[in-house]
Design a protein around this ligand. Structure first.
Ligand code: KG4
Ligand code: ZN
Length: 332
């Protein structure tokens, strides 16, 4: 057994993605069609443009995914799809497509929370050890989650303003770098000195593990106006982002007693941050778990991973399930 095939569909932002994951954990196919070039000229994602492109790409992306895995559409036994959070129009394209595919074949359908799925991307190559502590830092969210079990999620902290990835993108823009800003800042920072252009640290909010990145972004932008070198700003910005993420994550670790930290979401592609987390955790006798590198930014393998887990826990979604642009992570 364990040969059920789950088709995952992801269209919450600017990547049209599909994946086929077998119940035994083997990833048979995973395709991500990025719209980055389409949105680059605007310096960010234009929702209407994204939805239209998803509509054009979803069919070919699924066909390519099935072909990659040597899977026929009639072999699929379960459909998992992102229901939120994300852009309403973009989500609706994936949801409608997934529902039609599943309904036509009378397959079970599972709607998946995108942020929680980012954390579960770590389980593509490692076994869960519930309760697991996860820090998801992406373009839309910065959330500290306690994964209590296959479906139970507790939110320990979240950003009160910009997400970490959003701050990377905005600082990159003010430095004249392209979109997305994360990879551009990371490579520029390699030649910079984090101590030549100091940035303020964001203190803890009382009784809370919440984050805030908007002040840091503004401070980085004003350093630019004061004439600091772009590479020094990039290096100082990354160092300040790490300090804030680590302060909250290590407090959460002490509160929960978890022995490892999952660092996931698009920002976890950052090699500098990964290294700093790995070093800091090792000093405490703890370990770092990150998703496989191709599965840190948006993808459908993580949607299939969480969808299968939810299905195994008995969850099914109704045919009238709607898109949830601002869904909270504790909602499955
Ligand atoms: O998870 P993701 O693909 O989409 C959302 O759910 O938002 O994350 C995209 C975000 C963007 O803000 C992008 O700048 C950031 O992840 N990102 C990075 C890196 N690669 C992508 N941030 C820092 N360093 C990177 N190497
Ligand atoms: Zn994402």
């Amino acid at each position: 057994m364990n040969d059920l095939l789950c088709l995952g569909i992801e269209t919450s932002c600017d990547e049209t993605a599909a994946a086929v994951l077998r119940q035994d954990g083997r990833l048979l196919g995973s395709v991500v069609a990025s719209q980055i070039d389409l949105h680059e000229a605007f310096g960010g994602v234009v929702p209407e443009v994204a939805a239209r492109r998803h509509l054009e790409r979803i069919g070919p992306v699924v066909r390519e995914t099935l072909a990659q895995g040597g899977v026929r559409s009639e072999d699929v036994g379960l459909v998992a799809v992102t229901r939120g959070p994300g852009l309403a129009g973009a989500l609706m394209v994936g949801l409608s497509w997934a529902k039609a595919f599943a309904f036509a074949r009378q397959l079970p359908l599972v709607g998946v929370n995108h942020v929680v799925a980012h954390a579960h991307a770590a389980y593509l190559e490692a076994e869960p050890r519930y309760p697991d502590l996860a820090l998801v830092a992406s373009g839309g969210h910065t959330d500290l989650l306690l994964l209590a079990g296959p479906t139970g999620v507790q939110v320990l902290g979240r950003s009160r303003d910009d997400a970490a990835g959003e701050a990377f993108d905005k600082v990159a823009r003010s430095l004249g770098l392209g979109y997305p800003g994360g990879p551009a800042i990371e490579s520029l920072a390699r030649t910079g000195d984090p101590d030549r252009a100091r940035l303020p640290r964001v203190g803890l909010f009382q009784g809370s593990l919440d984050f805030s990145f908007s002040g840091l972004k503004t401070a980085a932008q004003s350093l630019r106006r004061q004439g600091a070198a772009p590479e020094d700003i990039a290096a100082a910005f990354q160092a300040a982002v790490f300090d804030q993420l680590w302060e909250r994550a290590s407090l959460a670790q002490r509160q929960t007693g978890c022995r490892r930290l999952i660092f996931a979401g698009g920002v976890s592609a950052n090699g500098y941050l990964r290294q700093r987390f790995a070093d800091a955790l090792r000093r405490e006798g703890l370990s770092l778990l990150v998703p496989p590198l191709g599965h840190t930014t948006d993808n459908a393998a993580m949607i299939a991973r969480l969808g299968l887990t939810m299905y195994e826990a008995g969850q099914r979604s109704p045919w009238d399930m709607g898109a949830e642009p601002v869904i909270h992570p504790f909602k499955p």
